[in-house]
Design a protein around this ligand. Structure first.
Ligand code: AMP
Length: 298
């Protein structure tokens, strides 16, 4: 595995692989790797002949009071894990390589970025859009692999690639979880042992809501209430949001209908650590009431 520190070298390498007819898959990360990241590398290997992992803690996606300085970093450990997973190139630029002292460009995607995470982290997706654009321009990929763990981010990046005409195929890989259901995250390291013990409540809340939808619950407020109730059983949790939404648009209708794809989205603080998770559910078509409703619409 080669470590690449600058953009021009990265572009040259990608172009030379493309000239040989090879395809490139990129896995963008902020490092402090866990099995969730490594599962993305596995997917990348299924799609591209060459796998680039990017490792860059991007300052522009952190708000002024967020944990940029505190974000966990361990380059040597990441290097070893990436190599073992079969990454061909680890693109690991310094901040000044990505953002020159006179860097002046901003990117803003409207609509989908304003909801959920956007309400609590108003500049977050501007930073994500900017860095993903810059990483695409540096690595010139055919495929880019992202985790469902950051569900809203996948929608934002889909919008970005459409809007800016990138010929990059986006692959969304499923969330990898600990045995008790907690979604793997670099930030889990911040949980103390009591917090870690109760943290599976997030997954349990998602599961409660999923089961409710699958057994006929259609009312969004009822579904949200199910998640809130479960989360509130842990005192140390502060809820930013726990809501069901349309999986494509993140709109929040009062009632979901048969065949709708619903995403359940949760963001909470557990002590000082902010955790997000989600689950995708299809509203079943077998419910008698809904079938009746569908008939009556005709
Ligand atoms: P991060 O380093 O947290 O920015 O994450 C880099 C990529 O890994 C993103 O596409 C995330 O969605 C993805 N990712 C993070 N955690 C997981 C997980 N538990 N399972 C699958 N993918 C993940």
């Amino acid at each position: 595995m080669k470590i690449i520190k600058n953009i021009a070298d990265m572009q040259k390498i990608s172009n030379s692989h493309r000239a040989k007819g090879e395809t490139i898959a990129v896995v963008p990360t902020m490092g402090y790797l866990h099995y969730g990241h490594l599962s993305l590398v596995k997917h990348a290997k299924d799609f591209g002949n060459v796998v680039i992992m990017t490792l860059f803690v991007n300052p522009t996606q952190f708000g002024p009071n967020e944990d940029f300085n505190r974000y966990p970093r361990d380059f040597e450990r990441d290097r070893a894990l990436a190599e073992e997973a079969g990454v061909d190139y680890l693109f690991n630029p310094e901040v000044y390589e990505m953002y020159a002292h006179d860097f002046s460009t901003t990117l803003n995607i409207s609509g989908i970025t304003q909801k959920f995470e956007g309400e609590f982290r108003p500049t977050h997706f501007d930073g994500v859009a900017l860095i993903v654009t810059k990483l695409f321009n540096a690595t010139l990929p055919d495929f880019a692999i992202f985790g469902q763990k950051d569900y809203q981010q996948t929608l934002v990046i889909k919008q970005l690639t459409r809007d800016l005409n990138y010929h990059v195929k986006l692959i969304v890989a499923p969330t990898v979880r600990e045995a008790d259901g907690l979604a793997m995250s670099s930030r889990n390291k911040f949980l103390n042992s009591e917090e870690r013990e109760v943290s599976s409540i997030i997954f349990l809340a998602l599961e409660d809501a999923r089961k409710a939808i699958e057994s006929g619950t259609r009312d969004r407020k009822v579904i949200n209430g199910i998640m809130h109730n479960r989360l509130r059983s842990v005192q140390a949790i502060r809820i930013d949001y726990a809501s069901a939404a349309d999986a494509n648009t993140l709109e929040q209708p009062n009632i979901f209908y048969a065949g709708d794809r619903v995403v359940l989205l949760i963001a909470v603080y557990l002590g000082k650590t902010r955790l997000i998770d989600n689950s995708l559910v299809s509203v079943p078509t077998t419910n008698r009431f809904i079938n009746f409703g569908e008939e009556s619409k005709k």
